[in-house]
Design a protein around this ligand. Structure first.
Ligand SMILES: [Mn+2]
Length: 404
């Protein structure tokens, strides 16, 4: 039984602009701004070193439909290098880099198969083993209808069949639904592997055969936390072996500091420094959301004469110049819950807040999220954000009542 080896990646989002970052030193911004390229280059180096049989790239190679010139140039150069090493690449375009955008065209070398808008098959022969790869590119940004019917059922028993699909599982309503599918529909095709893209969080929807989201290769904002990468897959007709390979050039992470017993400002700074050093040790270059937990009355005095912004600035100064970089994007502090006597008024407000669903919250926050000048600076509202808003609103309310 011949086994083949390929790299499965998706959502490169090359030249992502990282719009939500402000006030950071020039060299930090440069590092972050080039992280999508750096992550991609790690993959190309590994491909050159280890010579997999081919690469699959499942949509959203480029961040914008205008496909920045720099991104295209860097991508083309990478493909030329793979051409010299005889490594084929099969790619599809997704909702971000759909075929209807307007961009300056670069010609890619002949080892690269760009899937067209109609579901098509690419056939390769690897050490005598026939491999059939099916997929399509987005003809326009919004493909809301299911595309799965357009994929043929595997009938050639001697071939290895792989489906490439940029889209979302139809029950997953946390994302805009693109080219929706049900897991059962994929399984019915009798393929040996489903290479998915679109959802940036790595996940295995099914084990045998594997149905896989590798996630993106580099986080783009604080809601895409953790180490990103791709899958190095060894596949035969009867077995699949998946190895995750990290590629993040900059890791977005959440760092928590326990402030129990903190009394002096320097103690707080030391604790933050130590926690950030651990984070640096684990992830290398990073963008951090720093949470100060268990702020008791004693520790709270530290925030009476200095604002959170002033603390953030001081912590950033402490970190400046240390390599690899650690940019504290956000500082949040959480008081130990101060018991308060609930009154009918506070309870009714809190209960009301509990009843708002995601669309009610979106409606309430409409002024901010639809603001002509400001909307482009805020990241999309997530369920996590709403949870956080809800708890801060409740704490604030309880506090105000108590002080009144
Ligand atoms: Mn994407």
């Amino acid at each position: 039984m011949t086994a083949i080896r390929f790299f499965h990646m998706a959502d490169l989002h090359l030249d992502s602009p990282f719009k939500g970052l402000f006030g950071l030193p020039e060299q930090n911004f440069k590092k972050i701004r080039s992280s999508t390229f750096e992550a991609f280059e790690k993959i190309i180096h590994k491909a050159i070193d280890e010579k997999p049989d081919f690469l699959l790239i499942v949509g959203d190679l480029y961040d914008g439909e205008h496909r920045s010139l720099q991104a295209q140039r860097r991508f083309q150069e990478a493909m030329e290098v793979l051409f010299q090493h005889n490594i084929p690449v099969i790619l599809s375009y997704g909702n971000h880099d759909h075929l209807n955008g307007s961009w300056t065209r670069f010609a890619l070398p002949s080892n690269v198969y760009e899937l067209p808008a109609e579901t098509s098959v690419v056939q390769l022969k690897i050490r005598g083993q026939v491999v059939k790869i099916y997929g399509f590119s987005y003809s326009e940004r919004h493909i809301k209808e299911s595309m799965i019917e357009s994929y043929p059922t595997a009938n050639d028993q001697h071939a290895i069949h792989i489906g490439m699909l940029h889209g979302s599982e139809s029950s997953d309503t946390t994302h805009a639904v693109y080219a929706p599918f049900k897991k059962e529909q994929l399984l019915e095709k009798n393929y040996h592997y489903w290479a998915l893209g679109h959802i940036h969080k790595r996940q295995l929807l099914h084990k045998e055969p594997p149905i896989v989201y590798p996630g993106n290769i580099q986080s783009r904002h604080r809601n895409e936390r953790g180490v990103k990468g791709f899958y190095d897959v060894t596949l035969s007709q009867i077995s699949a072996d998946l190895m995750f390979v990290p590629t993040s050039a900059v890791v977005y992470s959440k760092v928590e500091v326990d402030c129990t017993g903190v009394f002096h400002a320097n103690e707080l700074l030391e604790k933050c420094g130590a926690a950030l050093a651990d984070n640096r040790q684990e992830y290398g270059a990073s963008v951090v959301e720093l949470h100060l937990n268990n702020i008791d009355e004693q520790a709270e005095a530290l925030f009476e004469h200095a604002t959170v912004e002033a603390w953030l600035e001081t912590i950033r100064e402490e970190e400046e110049g240390i390599e690899p970089m650690c940019w504290v994007q956000k500082l949040m502090y959480h008081r130990t819950a101060t018991p308060y006597e609930p009154t009918a008024a506070t309870e009714s407000v809190i209960n009301l807040m509990e009843q708002w669903d995601i669309s009610a919250w979106k409606d309430i926050l409409r002024d901010l999220y639809q603001h002509a000048g400001g909307a482009r600076f805020v990241e999309p509202l997530t369920e996590q954000d709403i949870e956080h808003l809800k708890s801060s609103a409740q704490t604030l309310l309880a506090d105000e009542i108590q002080r009144a």
